[in-house]
Design a protein around this ligand. Structure first.
Ligand code: ADP
Ligand code: MG
Length: 718
């Protein structure tokens, strides 16, 4: 590697690496737009976007040895090039080149790409890669990949181990490879090493410029693996430095609001509940109350399976905060869920003299104004709402505690915006998608983690069945039976990922079909995200009041809805949903005294699809299901931090973890590196919290460049 002299500031270079891809040679506005679709905006983005797979095209075969049907790579001299229009097929242009390697002649043929003739100079050396056809006495390759060799130049597309990238329409592999190679030549080759030598040695990792080249255009597969390991490690090291730095910063903060004495308010609250708290609830509540008393603001993740009773834990925290003279806020991802939390919290806290208000987008102007006033002057103790809470004109009198439900559905920016409504408030984020504790600690390294690992007693598990589509009549006959016995049912319509609108239409249509068919005579209603707030409220109210027999819904009912009399959950095309999502949906039933049922209707096309549904039939343990889900789909999908973001799934609906998506590392596959990185990061921050020592300075800058985070100054990390 061309090492820069010590002391040379890499700042200009860093700026250049992060320069917009559009200014690179060969990239204009149109290509820049296509690249942006892949998540590539800068040179660095391009260099850190590793191939989806590699293809070994390094083994050359003699033309005479080529077998019909095989895919092979050949090297030879261009002996003849013709361009012609075959008479029998009108409008077709053929380019045909004869290539010789001394052992035989290969005829390469391209269709309707007349410009290729110009790219094939007579007498030049060329490498071709493609499927071999032996026909009409000729050895042919149809539309092979090829590259004309230039003296002293390395090949990119053939004759080597070749990268294959995730791409998008309009961007060929050839273009991507060429751009990556250019970026490597112009930027990667002189990339300044910033990983401290000691760490690189400790783990036996290649240096940066080497790693970048070998990650894309490896000499051997082993060299590629080593290169990838280096890039994984550096990414996870920065990620852990970020999280541990944040944690240290937070622990060094002192709270702005100290809660006054709440007397026996919490004890009275618990004594008045119609049930006894579970052991897990008591433990977690103690952890939270301790946080609220401690000098640093709380920043805690509360994870617990569906139905584990998170709401009463949150209510306790809010009550302690209000009893101590401050306000609390609870933010939920949907209006339905916010509305339901509002009703629950009001029922729980109103008797104790705590004023709860609801703030959502659908309020009338005057109602909203009135609510905002109450929040501002402190008459409202607890505010429940959606992201309407973070709108600019919402100000709190004295915000002490922020609770965020279903945190993975919010971006970091939204959570931060709510936090900024107070002065260093306490934060409790809740999730019903629990992940194993060790993983949670590394992943949410800046949070403390509390886990509700116990369900309230006396709940019969939901009986779950997977049924083929052909059994639909029996399934709906069963729904009818349950309704006749006085119960209620949900029917979730098939998932259409991209569009609320299509989803709403699908629900309406399914409801119509059920009303006219298997559920004729029953009160069938619809619930979807496109309905007006009042309509939705009316429907939810009717459902709770027992005035609806079957509710046909989209996944808006995935979180939080709590109607104890509902005992059947039918999920149409269940194989389209993620495991954890199915588990959440199932959690909508089994909330009362009656035996409940979840019926997954699907004809899974693959063995894996069948196995997924079977996993759900066999277990009702959310932690086990989350683990299965992680194995099957990766952790990113689950918690919204998508390590494989980009490629095909980068649409607006993709949930964001917000800590800057990991672009190289895979948190399950690379767990060993994750642990090493965490240890190294902690050790680094222990000796040099601000990363100010000369040997750490570049590391500090890399951290800033990657995550926009400055290392923490003058803080000891425990
Ligand atoms: P989740 O963790 O899914 O948000 P909820 O807080 O909605 O769970 O609680 C689910 C149901 O369990 C609610 O009806 C709640 O009243 C009830 N519940 C909570 N804690 C207990 C308990 N300790 N014993 C019995 N029922 C409880
Ligand atoms: Mg809940």
């Amino acid at each position: 590697m061309r090492r820069r002299p010590a002391g040379d500031e890499p700042t200009a270079e860093a700026a250049r690496d992060a320069s917009p891809i559009q200014y690179m040679k060969g990239v204009g506005p149109a290509r820049a737009r296509l690249l942006a679709r892949l998540g590539v905006r800068t040179i660095t983005d391009l260099l850190y976007r590793l191939p989806r797979r590699l293809e070994d095209r390094s083994h050359l075969r003699r033309i005479v040895d080529l077998l019909h049907g095989s895919v092979d790579t050949v090297r030879g001299t261009i002996a003849r090039v013709e361009k012609f229009r075959p008479r029998r097929r009108h409008g077709l242009v053929l380019v045909k080149a004869a290539v010789t390697d001394g052992s035989g002649v290969l005829h390469a043929v391209w269709f309707n790409q007349p410009y290729i003739a110009q790219q094939l100079p007579l007498g030049a050396e060329v490498i071709l890669h493609g499927r071999v056809q032996r026909q009409a006495g000729e050895i042919q390759m149809a539309a092979p990949e090829f590259e004309v060799l230039e003296a002293g130049e390395e090949t990119l597309h053939v004759g080597r181990i070749v990268p294959v990238y995730g791409s998008t329409e309009g961007l060929s592999q050839r273009v991507l490879r060429t751009l990556v190679a250019r970026a490597l030549d112009e930027y990667g080759a002189t990339a300044a090493e910033w990983l401290p030598e000691t760490l690189r040695r400790r783990h036996g990792l290649p240096d940066l410029s080497d790693a970048l080249r070998q990650a894309h255009f490896p000499d051997t597969l082993a060299a590629h693996e080593a290169a990838r390991a280096r890039l994984v490690y550096e990414e996870l090291l920065l990620f852990q430095l970020l999280l541990l730095g944040r944690k240290a910063a937070r622990e060094a903060e002192t709270r702005a609001i100290r809660y006054g004495d709440a007397g026996d308010l919490v004890a009275r609250f618990h004594a008045g509940l119609p049930y006894a708290l579970t052991g897990a609830q008591r433990r977690v509540i103690a952890e939270i109350l301790r946080d609220l008393e401690s000098p640093a603001p709380m920043n805690r993740l509360l994870q617990g399976d569906v139905g584990s009773g998170k709401t009463v834990v949150a209510a306790t925290a809010l009550l302690r905060c209000v009893g101590g003279g401050a306000q609390g806020a609870l933010m939920a991802p949907t209006e339905i869920l916010a509305g339901q939390h509002y009703l629950t919290l009001r029922a729980l806290l109103d008797p104790l003299g705590v004023g709860v208000v609801l703030l959502i987008g659908g309020l009338s102007r005057s109602a909203r104004q009135e609510t905002i006033e109450r929040v501002r002057d402190g008459r409202a103790d607890v505010v429940v709402g959606t992201h309407a809470l973070i709108e600019e004109d919402v100000a709190f009198h004295r915000l002490g505690l922020v609770v965020v439900d279903e945190q993975h559905r919010f971006g970091v920016a939204q959570r931060a915006a709510l936090r900024r409504k107070g002065e260093r408030p306490d934060v409790l984020v809740m999730t019903a998608t629990p992940i194993p504790r060790t993983l949670a600690l590394t992943l949410y390294g800046d949070l403390d983690v509390s886990t509700l690992d116990e369900l309230p007693p006396g709940r019969a598990p939901v009986r779950t069945y997977a049924r083929p589509c052909s059994r639909r009549p029996q399934v709906y006959a069963f729904v009818r039976e349950q309704v006749e016995a006085g119960r209620q049912a949900y029917v979730v319509c098939p998932l259409i990922e991209e569009s609320d609108k299509l989803q709403a239409e699908a629900a309406t249509e399914l409801a119509g079909r059920l009303r006219d068919g298997p559920l004729r005579g029953l009160r069938v209603e619809v619930l979807h995200g496109r309905m007006k707030v009042e309509e939705r409220d009316r429907t939810m109210h009717a459902l709770r009041a027992g005035a609806i027999d079957a509710l046909v819904a989209t996944t808006v009912i995935e979180v939080g809805i709590d109607v104890p009399n509902a005992t059947v959950m039918v999920i149409e095309d269940a194989d389209r949903f993620g495991l954890s999502q199915l588990h959440q949906l199932r959690g909508r039933v089994g909330r009362g005294a009656h035996q409940s049922y979840c019926i997954l209707i699907a004809d899974p096309a693959t063995e894996q699809g069948r196995a997924r549904l079977q996993a759900l039939v066999e277990t009702s343990d959310g932690f086990r299901i989350a683990e299965r889900d992680i194995e099957l789909r990766g952790v990113g999908e689950l918690i919204g931090l998508s390590p494989r973001a980009g490629d095909d799934r980068e649409h607006a609906g993709l949930r964001q973890h917000g800590l800057g998506d990991l672009r190289v590392a895979d948190l399950i596959r690379d767990q060993a590196w994750l642990h090493r990185a965490r240890q190294d990061a902690a050790a680094l921050l222990r000796v040099d919290p601000g990363l100010r020592r000369p040997e750490h300075r570049r590391l500090g800058r890399a951290l800033a460049a990657r995550f926009g985070a400055a290392p923490v100054e003058n803080v000891e990390v425990g």
